[in-house]
Write a protein that binds this ligand. Structure first.
Ligand code: GTP
Ligand code: MG
Length: 137
C-alpha cells in the first residue's frame, strides 16, 4: 500500500514539536492525506492499543496517550509503512539512528514522540479509527 498512519504523541505536542516533526515528514517525501489535532480518552487510547493489552507497559501507555493532545494523520508515499518506520527510528530513542524523528525528538521508550503503523492492514484500521471516508479521499 502507499498509505500509513501516524500520531504525534502528547510529549512532542506539549514540547512544541508539531511543526518540526511535520517538516521532517514532508521533507522525506510523504504527502499528508488527512490530519487532525485531537485528544484520546483513556477508553479510546485503550482501544487503539488493545493489541498491547497483555504487555506490562499497557497501563502506562494508555495513561500517557490520553494525557494530552495528539496529532493524527494519514500519510502517502510509495511503500509507506516501511518508509515511515525507517523515518521514525527505533522504539527506544537510545537505539534510534541519526536523522530519525525519534532520535531528534523522543524522550524515552514510553515518551517516544511519534507512532507509525506496523503493517498495511493496521494502517487501514488505524486511519479508520480517526478519519471518515470523505476525510480520507
Ligand atoms: P508505535 O509506533 O507507537 O506502535 O511504536 P512501535 O511500533 O515502535 O512499538 P510497539 O508497537 O512495540 O509499542 C507501542 C508503544 O508502546 C511504543 O511506541 C511505546 O510508546 C510503548 N512502549 C513499548 N515498550 C515500552 C516499554 O517498555 N515501556 C513503556 N513505558 N512504553 C513502551
Ligand atoms: Mg507499534
Amino acid at each position: 500500500s502507499n498509505r500509513t498512519f501516524t500520531m504525534i504523541k502528547p510529549d512532542a505536542v506539549a514540547n512544541g514539536h508539531i511543526g518540526g516533526i511535520l517538516n521532517m515528514i514532508t521533507e522525506a517525501g510523504f504527502r499528508i492525506v488527512a490530519m487532525k489535532m485531537t485528544r484520546l480518552s483513556g477508553e479510546k487510547a485503550g482501544e487503539f492499543y488493545a493489541v498491547h493489552k497483555e504487555r506490562p507497559f499497557y497501563g502506562e501507555l494508555v495513561e500517557f496517550m490520553s494525557s494530552g493532545h495528539i496529532v493524527a494523520a494519514i500519510l502517502e508515499k510509495d511503500n509507506a509503512v516501511e518508509a515511515f518506520r525507517n523515518l521514525i527510528g527505533a522504539t527506544n530513542p537510545a537505539n534510534a539512528a541519526e536523522g530519525t524523528i525519534r532520535k531528534k525528538y523522543a524522550e524515552s521508550i514510553g515518551r517516544n514522540a511519534v507512532h507509525g503503523s506496523d503493517s498495511d492492514e493496521n494502517a487501514e484500521i488505524e486511519g479508520n479509527f480517526f478519519f471518515s471516508g470523505l476525510e480520507k479521499f
